[in-house]
Ligand binder design. Structure first.
Ligand code: NAP
Length: 291
């Protein structure tokens, strides 16, 4: 029987845990943790993500602020804003919503974020610490995937985990985390140059799909009884929906789900855990400087 790795329910549970901690902190006279976000331009998906982060921050009792900058913002202006946030003692952590407009060098901007406030875990310092197994801010989506597997007690030790995708924000860090002591998976990482992909994915006890192609993974690519984690998020037009679209993943759930022992739904799987991981990282940043 296929069971759901219910990201929505798990996220609610973790948010309640965070909210309890925040209530205790503020009851003791301390200020609430503060998460800030910088958004450049008016990309619809980015604005939705930032609005969701703001909403979730408020739900757990955090202070939240959003710095909205115009599409024509220069790299220099953005770097100056980051410097301001790095030095503001009332802000515990902040994120710069990606992608940035093409005239801005994304890596240069990420590099400018203080590693102590880098709650997205994207700076080279945090990535280096993660690879070394040191204390760090783990990138939110991979952290959310690990949390989901842990909270549902999914057996990982010695299991073959196949990750499709090697991006810096999902595939590479999740492959690293799941191969580490504690998870102890044997990890194979696949990418666009991988040959015989299907032969590899069919060997997976745990299949993590972060490829960015709608419904790419079909039933013939999945082993009977596998655990499938679908990271993909795509909006497709759907006239039957009030908002005119529905959200689908990188996995063709209509045919894959029946073969899985556990599967993340889309929406309501990895997505809610990504936001919650950001909140957990912000609380951690707060505690480092305030507790
Ligand atoms: P990305 O940067 O576009 O990376 C996609 C990866 O897939 C690349 O490593 C690419 O290989 C690989 N790939 C492309 N075509 C392939 C093929 N035919 N066979 C095997 N591998 C192939 O995407 P991303 O940022 O990791 O995001 C992946 C998906 O997750 C997207 O749908 C994104 O929207 C979603 N996402 C969701 C969340 C969430 O919170 N749920 C968070 C982040 C991202 P190369 O390296 O060789 O190009």
């Amino acid at each position: 029987m296929t069971e759901l790795l219910d990201g929505k329910a798990t996220a609610l549970q973790i948010k309640e845990e965070i909210a309890n901690e925040v209530r205790q902190l503020t009851a003791a006279g301390k200020r609430a943790p503060h998460l800030a976000a910088v958004i450049v331009g008016t990309d619809g998906a980015s604005m939705t993500y930032v609005a969701n982060k703001e909403k979730s921050s408020h739900e757990v009792g955090f202070t939240s602020s959003v710095y909205r900058m115009s599409e024509s913002t220069t790299e220099k202006q953005l770097l100056e804003s980051i410097e301001f946030l790095n030095n503001d003692p009332d802000i515990d952590g902040f994120i710069v919503q990606l992608p940035l407009p093409k005239h801005i060098n994304e890596q240069k901007v990420i590099n400018a974020i203080s590693p102590d406030k880098d709650v997205d875990g994207f700076t080279p310092i945090n990535i280096g610490r993660m690879v070394l197994g040191e204390d760090c801010f783990v990138p939110a989506t991979p952290m959310g995937i690990c949390t989901l597997l842990q909270r549902y007690g999914i057996e990982t030790v010695g299991k073959h985990c196949v990750v499709i995708g090697r991006s810096n924000i999902v595939g590479t860090p999740v492959a690293n985390l799941l191969s580490r002591k504690g998870f102890d998976c044997t990890v194979t990482m696949c990418h666009s140059k991988t040959q015989n992909l299907k032969d590899i994915t069919r060997q997976a006890d745990i299949l993590v799909v972060a490829i960015g192609k709608p419904e790419f993974v079909t039933a013939d690519m999945v082993k009977e009884g596998a655990v499938v984690v679908d990271v993909g998020i795509h909006r497709v037009e759907d006239a039957t929906k009030k908002n005119g679209y529905r959200v689908i993943g990188d996995v063709k759930h209509s045919e894959v789900d029946a073969k899985c022992s556990w599967v993340t739904p889309v929406p309501g799987g990895v997505g809610p855990l990504t936001i919650v991981s950001l909140l957990q990282n912000t609380l951690k940043a707060y505690k480092k400087s305030n507790c």
